[in-house]
Write a protein that binds this ligand. Structure first.
Ligand code: ATP
Ligand code: MG
Length: 273
């Protein structure tokens, strides 16, 4: 009993940490937006200056030897390419930050019109990068299929993103585990798809990880059920995910899993008018 209480206390502590981490990251995201905008705008300006420089060069072609002119032109071209990269990746960072802000801005349980494709994509990659940051050598291939032209859908972005994160974290975990056990010719892989059918949004996430035993399948949604070592899992991820999909979004969550082969989760969320 005492031991159980202690485990629960640890788990609560971890949840509290996660909650304050959420608030912290929203604050950080907000603060990072400004300097990032500076970086992007100055890169764009520098790009424009390079174009001007190029024009001056062209006007004074005869003043330089062929070799020098070629070299300067190459340098300008390289610089322009670099500026383009800075802008491109800066804008990607901005869009990630906006995703985080959108998710943490919504009031609790607030349905907002949401680009589900974008939300799923952001959180799949967020989980992937977090996993890579924490596990040296972690790598998987991610296949994405997003139905084009999906309209914005009323969901609770804060919650749906958490559900995606939970599913993707579990997938990454099992892929990493398996990759360390099996031989070389194994490519850990996640397939994610988002589409609409019959007035539902259907999100599917498959992994070719370890799959689940009968016991795990039975107990998957139990609070605090985990097969992970102490400190690595609280066993709340799937319970929370089911609550989010079934109780909050009035959808369904189903899965198929085969030991040694992998697991597929399917979320079906009715499109609210
Ligand atoms: N994709 C998966 N492949 C294989 N097993 C899985 C998968 N997803 C979940 N499981 C099993 O279900 C258990 C419960 O998952 P759940 O997400 O609820 O908790 P957890 O991942 O252990 O901890 P956390 O609360 O940190 O998410 C996991 O410990 C794991 O054994
Ligand atoms: Mg989990």
């Amino acid at each position: 009993m005492e031991q159980q209480i202690e485990t629960l206390r640890q788990q609560l502590k971890q949840q509290e940490k996660l909650a304050s981490l959420g608030m912290l990251s929203a604050g950080i995201a907000h603060e990072i937006q400004n300097p990032l905008n500076f970086v992007i705008n100055f890169s764009k300006m520098s790009n424009k200056l390079l174009s001007d420089l190029n024009d001056i060069m062209e006007d004074n072609e005869d003043q330089l030897s062929d070799d020098d002119r070629e070299e300067v032109e190459d340098i300008i071209a390289d610089l322009k390419e670099n500026m383009g990269k800075i802008v491109e990746h800066g804008e990607r960072a901005i869009s990630i930050i906006q995703g985080i802000l959108l998710v943490s801005r919504g009031k609790e349980d607030e349905f907002l019109p949401t680009d589900v494709n974008k939300l799923v994509k952001e959180y799949v990659w967020l989980s992937y990068h977090a996993m890579r940051a924490n596990h040296k050598g972690f790598n998987i291939s991610i296949h994405e299929e997003y139905q084009e032209g999906l309209p914005n859908v009323m969901v609770i972005p804060q919650d749906l993103s958490r559900a995606i994160l939970n599913l993707m974290n579990n997938a990454c975990y099992t892929l990493w585990n398996k990759a360390q056990k099996v031989e070389d010719d194994y490519t850990p892989q996640v397939t994610i798809s988002v589409k609409s059918a019959d007035n539902n949004i259907i999100i599917r996430l498959s992994d070719n990880g370890e799959g689940m035993t009968e016991e795990v399948k039975q107990r998957l949604y139990e609070n605090f059920f985990t097969t992970k070592p102490v400190g690595q899992g609280t066993g709340l991820g799937m319970a929370i995910t089911r609550d989010i999909i079934e109780n909050k979004h009035h959808g369904t969550i189903t899965f198929e899993s085969e030991e040694g082969k992998g697991t597929t989760f399917t979320l079906t969320i009715p499109i609210k008018k």
